[in-house]
Design a protein around this ligand. Sequence first.
Ligand code: FAD
Length: 301
Amino acid sequence: PRFSRRSDIGDKVRVSFEFFPPKTDEMEARLWDTVERLEPLAPAFVSVTYGAGGSTRERTARTIGRILADSKLTAAAHLTCVDATRDEIDRVIAEFAEMGVTRFVALRGDPATGVGERYHPHPGGYANGAELVAALKKHGDFDISVSAYPEKHPESPDFATDIDMLKRKADNGATRAITQFFFDNDLYERYVERVRRAGIYIPIVPGILPIHNFTQVANFSSRCGAHVPAWLAERFDGLQSDPQTHALVAAAVAAEQVMDLVERGVSDFHFYTMNRADLVFAICHMIGIRAPHAAGSSAAA
Ligand code: FAD
C-alpha cells in the first residue's frame, strides 16, 4: 500500500485520547500508567467520560483534576444532560470551569436503565446534545466536542433527522464532532459527504476503538448501532482463548483502519483507549506520532 512508504505523516496528524474514570484502586493505577505512557505523544487533548445518568460526576471531576494537576495534558470533561435539571447541569459546568476546564464533550447521554431504553428528557432539563452545547456556550467560550454517528444513532428514524441534530449542535457552537466507533471506512466517508452536503463544516473526527476483546465489542456494537462487518468477525474467529494472537490481530486491524483513513485525507483521530496504552501507542507510532526522545531514533541507529 502507498502509505507504508510515507514518513512525513506525523507532522500532519493530531490525536486525542479518551479515558473513563476508574472505579477501583487497581483500575486507577492502570489509568495513571496509561496516562504516563501516552502523555509524551502530546495529544491535542485527552477526555474523561461521564457515567450513565451522570452517575460518575465526582469520579470524572476527580480524574480531570488529577490530569490537570499531575500532567501537562489538556483535559476535556464529558458531560451528559440525562436525568438532570438545567440548574444541576449549570452548576456542574460552573464547577468544571472553576477547576480550569476549558474543553467539554457535550452529550445527551442514555437512560440509567441502559443503552437502547427509550429516552425521556428530564422535564426541567436540557433535551439533547444541541441544547447542552447552547448552555455551555452561554457559560463561556469553551471548546466543545459533540457526537456524530456514521451509521446514524439507533434512535434516529433516518439519516436526515440524525444529521439535523448534528447541524443544530454545530449551529449552537460545537467546535468539532467525534464519531461513534466504526470499522468500515467507506461508511465514515459517505457520512462526511452527507454532513458537508447539509452545510455542516466542523471537523468530523473519527473515533477509533482498538479491539481489546472482540466478543465484548461485538455485543456492545449491536446496542449502539455500530456495524461489525463479517470480515472483521472472521479475523477474530477462534481467538477468544488465544490472547496473544488476538492482541496482534487487533493491532493490525486498528493500524490498517487508521492508515487507510490517513490515505483518505483524515488528519485528526480520537482513540477510545479503554484506559489501556499499548495498542494506541503502537498505532500512534505507525502514523508518526512519537515521544520526543523516540523521534528519529531509528534513523540514528
Ligand atoms: P444527541 O446528539 O442529542 O442525539 C443523537 C441522535 O439521537 C440524534 O441524531 C437525534 O436525532 C436522536 N435523538 C435524540 N434524542 C431523541 C429522542 N428523544 N427521540 C428520538 N431520537 C432522538 N455517554 C455517556 O453516558 N457518557 C459519556 O461520556 C459519553 N461519551 C461519548 C462520546 C462520544 C464521542 C460518543 C459518540 C458517544 C458518547 N456517549 C457517552 C454516548 C451517548 O451519550 C449516547 O450515544 C446517547 O444515546 C446519545 O447522546 P448524543 O449526545 O449523541 O445525543
